[in-house]
Design a binder for this molecule. Structure first.
Ligand SMILES: [Zn+2]
Length: 174
């Protein structure tokens, strides 16, 4: 269920032409593709997305953040671990495949239509892309059998650093 501030449907072209900030909260339960996250359904999803025309090139864009605390399974101890997942959104609206190939590299394409679109679909896609590949506790609650301290790099790869996440996304989409 969406809070008052978040519209259920959006018309991306219209919003970008008007220059609109959409911000507010919903819950993980409002995102059907996250129905597997049993323990996260009541968690808040915070949304702050600006739709506008790029002042330089006139491109219709949407940028901002979508974030949620998601309970995942720690890959070291297999206990639940809460991951703060933040998607850094930086999309340009495109209507055709051809426009995608012409898009400046600084944008990721968002293929839209001029029909109303469900906001939840965009939130889902962005959050799914931002999920850590491997979820781990910074420090697992139970001792590991061999007493091996995890390498520092394991926690560095978590979603804490949005730029690292973006970099890995750009790589994986190619
Ligand atoms: Zn753990």
């Amino acid at each position: 269920m969406f809070s008052e501030q978040l519209p259920h449907y959006v018309e991306p072209r219209k919003l970008a032409d008007q220059g609109v900030l959409i911000s507010g909260q919903t819950t993980v339960a409002a995102l059907p593709r996250f129905s597997d996250f049993d323990q996260s359904q009541a968690e808040a999803v915070s949304v702050a997305l600006t739709f506008e025309r790029d002042p330089d090139d006139g491109q219709r864009i949407v940028h901002g953040t979508v974030s949620a605390a998601l309970v995942m399974t720690c890959q070291r101890c297999l206990e639940p671990v809460t991951c703060d997942v933040t998607a850094q959104v930086n999309l340009a609206l495109v209507w055709t495949e051809e426009e995608i190939s012409m898009l400046p590299e600084r944008y990721d394409p968002w293929l839209v239509t001029d029909e109303k679109m469900t906001l939840a679909t965009l939130l889902e896609e962005e959050l799914l892309l931002a999920l850590p590949l491997v979820a781990t506790h910074e420090q697992c609650p139970t001792r590991l059998p061999e007493g091996d301290e995890p390498e520092a790099s394991a926690s560095d790869e978590r979603a804490d650093n949005p730029f690292a996440v973006l970099a890995s996304l750009k790589g994986s989409q190619k």
